[in-house]
Design a protein around this ligand. Structure first.
Ligand code: AHR
Length: 326
């Protein structure tokens, strides 16, 4: 409908039947976001909403899928019906995208997969902008190996949402390192769903089963780490620099890095949420008919608490923390 109207307006203008100036076409973008489960997600959403603005020539339609794959599929189908110019998806889960991506392709709407990955064949979508979750997991594993220097580790892992590529990638990366350390034992792995409540609940149940038996806790995002810290505080378990438990987190968001600066989190592996400008530049290239990359990896880095030096992580200082954009 929108495209028919545009053709009609162009025809009227060409025939000189109308003399008013038409504003340059805005680019419509349907954005299917995972949800609002974490501080990282809030930063990512804000980044999109402050980048895809009318001033920049965009109209953004935002859907929060509340971590529900079916809701996200429905959002994409609605964007197709609305004839959006572009669709951006941060996928809740990696699997199950083939059919709807085929439908978008059929409708001629470019789809950009952002933040996380899908298992669907790349020929079904236009491009991907993401961080490398496997490398993030390897950074955490490498930092731990360096820090422990051959001493024993009894590890509890609070994973992210089941089936999310962020979870699968970080687990794969960490396990790539763990497999070479016979002195490491992963006692248990459970999902905390990338939320603070989930992290606390899992940690409370871990403490019931493994109290006194573990010396490393890996949380796959900062919010889970906050929940795990609350649970350990309540149980009188010390963690962080000089504590009984080494605490590793991912995301390196504002508050997560403050805990790292304060020595409560030993190592925090960044996952960069500032991806909207990269997606916008990509869309501009596609619009202009220019060549573009099939995949753009947004770089990130790891940080460790003051007093720790590492080949795998930057030692955090007040200045580095204060200068962070999120
Ligand atoms: O996909 C990125 C992950 O999803 C972040 O680690 C987490 O905080 C978020 O919810």
């Amino acid at each position: 409908m929108k495209k028919m109207l545009a053709v009609l307006v162009a025809l009227i203008m060409a025939l000189g039947l109308c003399s008013f100036a038409v504003a340059e076409d805005v680019i419509t973008v349907g954005f299917a976001q995972v949800g609002h489960e974490s501080d990282w997600r809030a930063a990512n959403t804000n980044d999109y909403q402050s980048t895809f603005t009318a001033e920049n020539g965009f109209e953004l339609s935002f859907v929060d899928a509340d971590n529900d794959h079916a809701v996200q599929l429905e959002a994409v189908r609605t964007f197709i019906q609305q004839e959006m110019d572009y669709i951006v998806v941060c996928p809740v889960q990696e699997a199950g995208w083939e059919t709807v991506l085929g439908e978008a392709q059929e409708a001629g709407i470019p789809v950009i997969i952002a933040d996380r990955s899908v298992s669907a064949d790349p020929s079904l979508y236009t491009s991907q902008v993401c961080t490398n979750m496997v490398l993030e997991g390897e950074a955490a594993g490498n930092w731990l190996a360096e820090n422990l220097a051959g001493t024993e580790a009894n590890i509890l892992v609070i994973e992210g949402s089941v089936g999310a590529s962020a979870t699968l990638g970080r687990t794969e990366g960490f396990n790539n390192i763990a497999k070479d350390h016979a002195e490491w034992k992963v006692l248990d792995v459970q999902s905390g769903d990338f939320t603070q409540a989930g992290g606390q609940e899992v940690m409370e149940s871990f403490i019931k089963t493994y109290n006194g038996q573990f010396n490393v806790v890996v949380c796959q995002n900062d919010n889970e780490a906050y929940g795990a810290m609350d649970a350990m505080d309540a149980a009188g378990i010390t963690y962080g620099v000089g504590g009984d438990v080494i605490l590793i987190s991912y995301d390196a968001t504002h508050d997560g890095l403050k805990y790292t600066l304060d020595g409560k989190i030993n190592c925090n592996v960044e996952c960069n949420p500032m991806q909207a400008t990269t997606v916008m530049e990509l869309i501009k290239k596609i619009q202009a008919g220019e060549a573009y990359d099939a995949m753009t990896v947004v770089p990130d880095q790891a940080f460790c608490a003051p007093g720790i030096t590492s080949a795998y992580a930057t030692t955090l200082t007040e200045e580095i923390w204060a200068a962070r954009p999120y």
